[in-house]
Write a protein that binds this ligand. Structure first.
Ligand code: ATP
Ligand code: MG
Length: 351
C-alpha cells in the first residue's frame, strides 16, 4: 500500500524521537513492500519562532490531507511564560480539534525485563495489559472559565453525543481484546458523571458480548495500584483520564516507553509518545525513542490497518527490552540512535 504520513517533530526531544520512529517505519516499508511518504511540518514552539503561530495553517491543511499524523512533542522553557499570548500547547489543542480526534488511546503493558523499575511488586505486574480510552474534547478543560479576584470557576460539560461516540470506540476496541470495559466516573457527586454513566450503560446494551463495569474515579486510582491486571479497557472523561493515565504510566517504569493514539470518526489519527519535550535531555541523543516507535506501531494498526506490521514493531521493541540495549531512563547507557538501530535489527529477528 501507499500512505502519506505527516510528521510534526516539534520541540525538545521531539525531533530526535520522531527521527527514530520514521526510520523504523521506513525499515518496515522496505521489508513489507509498502510505500510511506513522509512530509514534515512545524508545530509548537518552533512554529511560533518561524511564523508566530503554534499551529500554522499550512500544517493543519497538510495533516487533514494525510493518512496519519505523527507528533514528537511540543513546548519548552523558551516558550513557557504564562503571560505569553501564544503558547506551544495551544498548537496541539488546535490540532486535536482540527482533526476531530475525540478518543485518546493509551495502551499500558509492563514488560517483565523492566519490572524492577516499577513501584509495584512483580506479582502484581504480571499480565498487566490495559487500554485507556480517554475522552479528549470535552469536560472541564474546554468549559467556560471565569475569574475574579477571589473566585474562579471551570465549567464541566458533556453532551450525550460526546459520551456516546467515545463509549462506542471503547466497546469496539474491547471486542478485539478481552471483552471487558470499565467506565470511570464520579456519579455519586457530579451531574456530568451521572449523564456519563447512564449513557455508557445504554450504549453497552448494543454490545452484549462485552462486560461493563462502573468504577468511581477515587477507587479506580487505588485499584490501578492494587489490582492492575484485572482491567482490560478503561474508558473515562477528559480530566479523570489525564490523571489516571499518568498514574498508570508510573507502573511501566519510564515515561519514555509509552505510546498514544488519538482517533476521531475518520481514519486520520494523531500518534505521539506520551512524554513531553523533556528539555533537560533534548539534543543529547539520550532520549528513549521506544514510546515514539510504539506510537508508530499504533499508527500502522489504527490508521493504515497494517496489523501484522504493527505487531512486528511491538515484538521488535519487546526483543530489545529483553536483550538490550537499554537507554538511560530504563537503566542502561544506550543512545537514542542505538535504541533505534537495535529495534530495526530486531525486526528481522522477530519476523
Ligand atoms: P509536558 O508538560 O510536555 O507533558 P512533562 O512535564 O510531562 O512535559 P517531560 O517532558 O515528559 O515532562 O519530562 C519529564 C521527565 O521525564 C524529564 O526528566 C525527562 O527527561 C524524562 N523523559 C521524558 N521523555 C523521556 C524519554 N523519551 N526518554 C528519557 N527520559 C524522558
Ligand atoms: Mg506531562
Amino acid at each position: 500500500m501507499k500512505a502519506r504520513i505527516v510528521t510534526l517533530p516539534g520541540d525538545g526531544v521531539g525531533p530526535e524521537v520522531t527521527d527514530a520512529a520514521v526510520a523504523v517505519l521506513q525499515a518496515v516499508a522496505e521489508r513489507s513492500g509498502h510505500t510511506f511518504e513522509f512530509a514534515s511540518h512545524a508545530i509548537g514552539g518552533c512554529a511560533i519562532d518561524a511564523t508566530g503561530e503554534p499551529l500554522p495553517a499550512a500544517t493543519l491543511e497538510a495533516c487533514k490531507k494525510a493518512d496519519a499524523v505523527f507528533l514528537g512533542a511540543v513546548g519548552g522553557p523558551k516558550w513557557s511564560d504564562p503571560q505569553a499570548k501564544v503558547r506551544p500547547e495551544q498548537g496541539l489543542l488546535a490540532l486535536r480539534a482540527g482533526l476531530g480526534v475525540f478518543a485518546n488511546l493509551r495502551p499500558l503493558q509492563v514488560h517483565p525485563a523492566l519490572a524492577a523499575l516499577s513501584p509495584l511488586k512483580n506479582e502484581k505486574l504480571k499480565n498487566v495489559d490495559v487500554l485507556f480510552v480517554r475522552e479528549l474534547t470535552g469536560g472541564a478543560y474546554f468549559g467556560a472559565k471565569t475569574r475574579t479576584t477571589d473566585t474562579a470557576t471551570d465549567e464541566c460539560k458533556y453532551t450525550v453525543a460526546e459520551v456516546e461516540r467515545v463509549t462506542r470506540r471503547a466497546f469496539e476496541l474491547a471486542r478485539e481484546r478481552r471483552q471487558h470495559v470499565t467506565s470511570v466516573d464520579k456519579a455519586n457527586v457530579l451531574e456530568t458523571s451521572r449523564l456519563w454513566r447512564s449513557t455508557v450503560t445504554r450504549v453497552a446494551a448494543e454490545y452484549p458480548d462485552v462486560k461493563l463495569e462502573h468504577q468511581l474515579v477515587d477507587s479506580m486510582a487505588m485499584l490501578l495500584l492494587t489490582q492492575p491486571a484485572r482491567y482490560d479497557v478503561i474508558v473515562t472523561e477528559n480530566l479523570f483520564g489525564d490523571i489516571l493515565t499518568d498514574e498508570a504510566a508510573a507502573l511501566a517504569g519510564s515515561l519514555g516507553l509509552l505510546p498514544s493514539a488519538s482517533l476521531g470518526e475518520g481514519k486520520v489519527g494523531l500518534y505521539e509518545p506520551i512524554h513531553g519535550s523533556a528539555p533537560d535531555i533534548a539534543g543529547k541523543n539520550v532520549a528513549n525513542p521506544l514510546g515514539a516507535i510504539l506510537s508508530a506501531a499504533l499508527l500502522l494498526r489504527h490508521s493504515l490497518e497494517l496489523e501484522i506490521e504493527a505487531t512486528t514493531i511491538e515484538a521488535a521493541v519487546a526483543h530489545v527490552l529483553n536483550y538490550g540495549p537499554h537507554s538511560r531512563d530504563i537503566g542502561g547507557t544506550a543512545s537514542t540512535s542505538e535504541m533505534r538501530d537495535a529495534v530495526i535489527a530486531a525486526l528481522d529477528e522477530v519476523a
